[in-house]
Ligand binder design. Sequence first.
Ligand code: ZN
Length: 144
Amino acid sequence: MVRTSTVPEPLDAATSVRMSRQPRSSTKPELALRRELHRRGLRFRVNHPGLPGRPDLAFTRAKVAVFVDGCFWHRCPQHGTMPRNNRDWWQAKLDRNVARDRAKDAALAERGWVVLHVWEHEATDAAADRVQAEWRRRVTPIGR
Ligand SMILES: [Zn+2]
């Protein structure tokens, strides 16, 4: 898993801070999104082990998978940064993360799932709106 990989020394200070803040399980934005969706009456599986990439959230009937992506680890176009030290190593690592994300998306799509990615920087309400809209689209029979 990406978040538990070992990191070569030495790290610059900013990177060390970022690493130490990186949670190993559910992140704060993910918990906030889960809470909000739950409040709206939506029910989902968390880290469904039977699905490619164990999506953070999985709506099994609607077949909607949601990943909440950290801006650093998944190279958010707005906040993705590249550490100065060990730049080549980081470049390769983050490139692999993104490639892995796309591979998971493809594997899920092959099974008939639609995949949503939510950036950790997104407002919880807006992210929940997006997920809920997709969920509704997928569970509403055609013609309604
Ligand atoms: Zn971001």
